[in-house]
Design a protein around this ligand. Sequence first.
Ligand SMILES: NC(=O)C1=CN([C@@H]2O[C@H](COP(=O)(O)OP(=O)(O)OC[C@H]3O[C@@H](n4cnc5c(N)ncnc54)[C@H](O)[C@@H]3O)[C@@H](O)[C@H]2O)C=CC1
Ligand SMILES: O=C(O)[C@H]1O[C@H](OP(=O)(O)OP(=O)(O)OC[C@H]2O[C@@H](n3ccc(=O)[nH]c3=O)[C@H](O)[C@@H]2O)[C@H](O)[C@@H](O)[C@@H]1O
Length: 464
Amino acid sequence: MKIKNICCIGAGYVGGPTMAVIAQKCPEIKVTVVDINESRIAAWNDEDVDNIPIYEPGLSNIVKEARGRNLFFSTEVDSAIDKADMIFISVNTPTKTYGMGKGMAADLKFIELCARQIARVSTSDKIVIEKSTLPVRTAEALKNILDNTGNGVNYQILSNPEFLAEGTAVDDLMNPDRVLIGGDIDSDKGKEAVKALVDIYAHWVPREQILTTNVWSSELSKLTANAFLAQRVSSINAMSELCEKTGADVNEVAKAVGMDSRIGPKFLKASVGFGGSCFQKDILNLVYIAKSFGLEEVANYWEQVIIMNDHQKKRFATKIVKTLFNTVSGKKIGILGWAFKKDTNDTRESAAIYVTDYLLNEQAEIVVYDPKVKAEQVYADLDYLNTRTEAENRARVKVVNTPYEAAYQTHAVAIMTEWDEFKELDWPQIYEDMLKPAFLFDGRRLLERKTKEKIGFEFYAIGS
Ligand SMILES: NC(=O)C1=CN([C@@H]2O[C@H](COP(=O)(O)OP(=O)(O)OC[C@H]3O[C@@H](n4cnc5c(N)ncnc54)[C@H](O)[C@@H]3O)[C@@H](O)[C@H]2O)C=CC1
Ligand SMILES: O=C(O)[C@H]1O[C@H](OP(=O)(O)OP(=O)(O)OC[C@H]2O[C@@H](n3ccc(=O)[nH]c3=O)[C@H](O)[C@@H]2O)[C@H](O)[C@@H](O)[C@@H]1O
């Protein structure tokens, strides 16, 4: 089967970059990315590609090349669905905030709405692909809806989870460790659908890196991969606290441990806690699934990864308060970095939000600088927590345009995101501008202790 027309529902952090790369690599296929969010689609269509809604190194060049040729962004969801032979569902699957499974289960309402919409408008056979991260066996529910509310057309459902990380999305998409495709490999129609998707990726991914499995293995592998990755971060963060008590250095420990080829060096960087839209959500979802099968020990095992992460964020904030002579009331604290990691403008679940909230509860005055995050996003993140009024958040938190303004006349500066530019700042100048003693808290192990102490800073870094 030759695919000519692809539709992707959801123009977010996954749908946008993934489809841009498919369009670039497969110029013979028309790719339309649709979304109900009009301003997001307008931004994807902005004449100036620097204004596309997602900041990812290398992405704007790809969009520039493919947009208008075979890559389109639109709010006309129905017609894009009907014209497509292959539909990717890449909508958000956040943690439920209501009802059964509140605070744990994935909210599948956006997925179900997509399925119902596909069933309603389709007048020809389709391959429907789960790109969003979903609980294992979601494909069963999708199939049920499509087969029972549709117009008699045939659907093949595939699972094709996405493993890209933000900040490196383009590189991850261009050179993936593997592409995973789950399908009904016991039927001819299922095999044909799997092959159609394999053929698309084979435009640029070596065949041996395209892995095909049954649907359930594919769905569960995605949750498993995120759980394993997050578990490594929580493991090294747990050791960071022990390092601080014992005189060991977590970077040295990570290096020594990571040189064991069975362990490997990646994802062993101690931090102020992992953030991002997925690790916490996906582990909570895994915990919920395990519980729903009565697997209490399995659920408790994975829940510990989240408990450790929450502890790490709180521990960092508490350290600031204790070090500043047990009170930050009325003291100005500079926050460098708001994004959940460098090279992205995404702030979802960023540790900076929680540390700031904690410090505000202790009556600190906060000044934030992040090279890619806008002021309204900082306020929206704090407002979302509902800890205090919106007016109070605006009165007590200032968002500024340079790191030097963020540090000016502060009692302490805290590094929350590992932006490269923070390494190169004029630290003697910052020291000069701060109140004394000038406290510097490095939540990312970004800065060198020796040089900062030489300048005069009282320096604290996670895990040493
Ligand atoms: N952000 C990431 O790095 C990764 C995310 N994922 C998974 O991919 C999925 C999507 O994540 P993101 O792209 O980050 O989410 P996002 O929130 O950035 O984008 C989702 C988009 O879907 C749109 N949408 C929702 N319902 C719709 C509907 N019925 N019709 C049309 N558009 C609709 C929303 O308006 C939004 O723009 C999630 O399941 C996530 O777990 C997987 C790998 C990486
Ligand atoms: O499903 C998803 O959404 C994605 O989640 C993560 O990607 P992402 O959250 O974008 O970024 P990561 O690089 O994994 O970082 C997550 C958080 O962990 C932190 N981290 C990461 C690595 C490390 O060693 N230490 C550490 O603290 C980062 O600073 C960040 O806050 C996974 O790495 C992707 O494979 C997956 O596709």
